[in-house]
Ligand binder design. Structure first.
Ligand SMILES: Nc1nc2c(ncn2[C@@H]2O[C@H](COP(=O)(O)OP(=O)(O)O)[C@@H](O)[C@H]2O)c(=O)[nH]1
Ligand SMILES: [Mg+2]
Length: 272
């Protein structure tokens, strides 16, 4: 059992530099595309990126639709729709699915004269490069399943009159709640050397048990570790490696499609 809940933070120098670069480039930008993991539509959205977008037309791309609970995704899309935010859910690994974003980009830039420039922003590892590749219909932007791969901004022409800028993932300098910390960690926005995986898995499972009123078949860390042979008799227990496998399985969808937060039910989206 991991002891006290760990404080998880990650704001390296290259991120602060990238944020400045994004701000500098904003004057060239007509459209902002924010890519957010569909499993954490609130936690995975960076309010600082919101701020620097100003009044530019925006598209919210909920990535990892394939890993999110489909019912929750509908709730989120309904919510965004009700609050006049243009949003689309995609599977970044599937070109046809990413193609759905083209329609929205076309609508956002309709009537504008000249070449349009869109910037693709989001927290680390949210699926930005995958979305760009899907729109380009080829692998040009480098993708990887660890946070912090794209370090510099990069331009790609995706349509004759539309250029996209890929950017490095940006977190807030201080992730304020413990809940946001474990959610960003388990979904891959924070590199694995920056947190204790046992702690993150335990917090995830505790959350799941509460949410489902104990009716979940997703194993806790101990059960997972014994089932997967991490706790052989006599051998030293290896919960650390078990927790890393657990997180990998979670992100491979082996525990099913799990969304970590639903929209707050304040009545706005209740009309449908
Ligand atoms: N299952 C799933 N994996 C995705 C999706 N989008 C991206 N990925 C994977 O997530 C990792 C990070 O994607 P990437 O596009 O590099 O994210 P970036 O850091 O925001 O540019 C890669 O391993 C992608 O293959 C998605 O919609 N579903
Ligand atoms: Mg990238």
């Amino acid at each position: 059992m991991a002891s006290a809940e760990q404080v998880i933070q990650w704001y390296p120098g290259h991120m602060a530099a990238a944020m400045r670069k994004i701000e500098e480039n904003m004057k060239l930008i007509n459209v902002v595309i924010e890519v957010v993991d569909a499993r954490i539509p609130t936690t995975g959205s960076n309010p600082l990126l919101d701020e620097i977008s100003g009044k530019r037309p925006r598209l919210l791309v909920l990535s990892r639709e394939d890993l999110a609970d489909p019912i929750s995704t509908v709730k989120w899309l309904t919510r965004f729709n009700a609050t006049q935010r243009r949003a689309v859910a995609v599977n970044g690994k599937d070109q046809a699915s990413v193609g759905k974003a083209n329609f929205h980009l076309g609508q956002l830039t309709a009537g504008s004269k000249g070449s349009q420039r869109a910037i693709v922003v989001g927290v680390p590892n949210s699926g930005k490069s995958s979305v760009i590749n899907g729109l380009l219909r080829r692998a040009a932007a480098k993708t990887e399943d660890r946070a912090g791969v794209t370090r510099a901004v990069q331009w790609f022409r995706v349509q004759p009159m539309l250029e996209l800028m890929d950017t490095p993932g940006i977190l807030v300098p201080k992730i304020d709640t413990p809940d946001a910390q474990w959610k960003l960690a388990i979904t891959g926005a924070i590199p694995r050397e920056r947190y204790d995986p046992e702690d993150v898995v335990e917090r995830f499972h505790k959350w799941l048990v509460t949410k489902t009123q104990k009716r979940t078949r997703v194993p806790d860390l101990q059960t997972f570790a014994s089932a997967r042979g991490f706790l052989r008799k006599g051998a030293e227990s290896d919960l650390h490696n078990a927790a890393q496998s657990y997180i990998k399985d979670f992100n491979d969808g082996k525990f099913g499609r799990i969304t970590l937060e639903d929209p707050v039910d304040d009545g706005i989206a209740k009309t449908t």
